[in-house]
Ligand binder design. Structure first.
Ligand SMILES: [Zn+2]
Length: 126
């Protein structure tokens, strides 16, 4: 039994059987990995693919999707009907992304999220 500092194989110095610096770094890494995995699993519950969106827009898109279950009032989210296809509604998520919904009569069904460029290239519903 010694209380002298020793150098671990990793190069860190410390006391005891294992390097506590590496142990805590590893614990943080495992936790981050688990959080990332849990976050990725939440996408399985979305009616449309939101994986390509930044996290804050994922949250925003989900809020809108949840509201659309109960309301057809897309103007609440600054949504607009497309001029060339009145059954398609475009809801801005940010300057760069739009959520495309189809008017199915009794409710609005989210179809996909498009970036601004995609949206301009392949006019949805066109
Ligand atoms: Zn170490």
């Amino acid at each position: 039994m010694t209380t002298r500092k020793k150098t671990f194989p990793c190069g860190h110095k410390g006391y005891g059987q294992i390097c506590h610096r590496c142990a805590s770094e590893r614990a943080t890494w495992v936790q981050k990995k688990q959080e990332k995995q849990q976050w990725e699993e939440t996408f399985a519950n979305d009616p449309i693919d939101l994986r390509h969106l930044p996290a804050h827009l994922v949250v925003k898109a989900r809020t809108i999707i949840a509201r659309l279950e109960n309301t057809r009032n897309y103007t609440e989210f600054k949504g607009k009907r497309l001029r060339h296809n009145r059954t398609i509604i475009s809801i801005p998520l940010s300057r760069d992304y739009r959520m495309i919904c189809r008017d199915c009569g009794s409710r609005l069904v989210p179809e996909e999220v498009m970036s601004h460029e995609e949206y301009n290239v392949c006019k949805p519903g066109g």
